[in-house]
Design a protein around this ligand. Structure first.
Ligand code: SF4
Length: 334
């Protein structure tokens, strides 16, 4: 059952240089208890999508110009700021890249943990303290009683991120959005945080949207993956679909550009070129200027969704029946 459905979402930003179309018509579904990873290179619109779901796009300069975000049937796009304040933290929580900026350096961890709980749930001080202790134990922080009275600077980077995760989960939200949660951490701590996500999901059943550019993280925790490029989703499917049966040239390029321990290849293959200027996005397929298989139609008409298998969708003319026919014709002429 879907608890979140993003339909045809468009987000743009007005700047002195013109309007940037950061998210251009994306569709996403999140099922109860699953982990959906949104992957793509910097600037592809992943974080804007996450912020749009939380209704945290600064307005102005940003604006959700079209589409709907249905949380259990309720369209978040239409909700007042007051309603959103209740939904944020209680129903949908978000954790950010840098744990230090997410914590207030002047307040103890205990105060910060209990703050959200007191705001959203009718609990006594003692119940809030007990819940805060339980959360610190859940995220694997030793000596929770002592830690509750300490300040953020007394925690290491990894421990701070655990505290931020505890804060996000304390009200038992149904959705946790994690925006590059491991990027600011070193590699061994990254692995611990990823394991923590897996354990938390098993124990609490929270649905997770994981925003990342790290395919290693995705391979470990995701159930389904949506690949974004230039503000659009260009391929989505299960982890198996994307890692073993990817069809979009950009997804294939991404997979070839990360180191793999199971394949003996001397060199990684980068994707040539740069993403398009979103002040004036291409008329056809956004990847066409970099795509080695681009056909004439690709430069003129945006590709439409093709279902390869149940739940495996791709936006590429190569996979469309008409595109395949065109390729065959070109091959015959040659
Ligand atoms: Fe390449 Fe055309 Fe597919 Fe775009 S639609 S990825 S340009 S083949």
């Amino acid at each position: 059952m879907n608890i979140l459905e993003v339909n045809h979402l468009h987000v743009s930003f007005s700047t002195y240089g013109g309007t940037v179309e950061a998210v251009r018509g994306i569709n996403l579904q999140l099922e109860k208890g699953e982990t959906l990873a949104i992957v793509g290179e910097s600037g592809c619109g992943k974080s804007v999508t996450a912020n749009a779901i939380m209704r945290l796009i600064p307005q102005p300069p940003g604006r959700i110009t079209d589409g709907s975000i249905l949380f259990k049937g309720q369209n978040l796009v239409d909700q007042s700021e007051r309603t959103m304040r209740h939904i944020r933290g209680r129903d949908i929580s978000m954790i950010f890249q840098d744990p230090m900026t997410a914590l207030n350096p002047t307040l103890t961890i205990g105060t910060q943990l209990m703050e959200g709980l007191k705001q959203h749930k009718a609990v006594s001080k003692e119940e809030a303290r007990q819940k805060a202790l339980d959360m610190l134990r859940l995220v694997g922080i030793p000596n929770p009683k002592e830690r509750l009275t300490q300040y953020p600077h007394q925690f290491s980077g990894g421990m701070r991120q655990r505290v931020v995760i505890a804060m996000a989960l304390i009200c038992e939200p149904e959705i946790l959005i994690a925006d590059e949660p491991t990027t600011a951490l070193d590699v061994t701590i990254q692995a611990q945080i990823i394991e923590l996500f897996e354990r938390i999901q098993r124990e609490t059943g929270v649905a997770i949207i994981l925003i990342t550019h790290d395919l290693g993280v995705v391979a470990k925790v995701a159930d389904r993956i949506a690949v974004m490029y230039a503000g659009q989703i260009i391929e989505k499917g299960t982890k198996r679909d994307i890692f073993y049966h990817a069809e979009h040239p950009y997804t294939l390029g991404l997979l070839k550009s990360v180191p793999r321990l199971d394949i003996k290849e001397a060199r990684l293959t980068p994707i040539d070129g740069t993403p398009p200027d979103l002040f004036s996005p291409p008329k056809g397929c956004s990847f066409a200027p970099r795509c080695p298989y681009a056909m004439e139609v690709c430069h003129e008409v945006p590709p439409i969704q093709t279902e390869l298998e149940q739940n495996h969708h791709v936006y590429c003319w190569l996979q469309d029946k008409r595109g395949k026919a065109l390729m065959a014709q070109t091959a015959t002429k040659k």
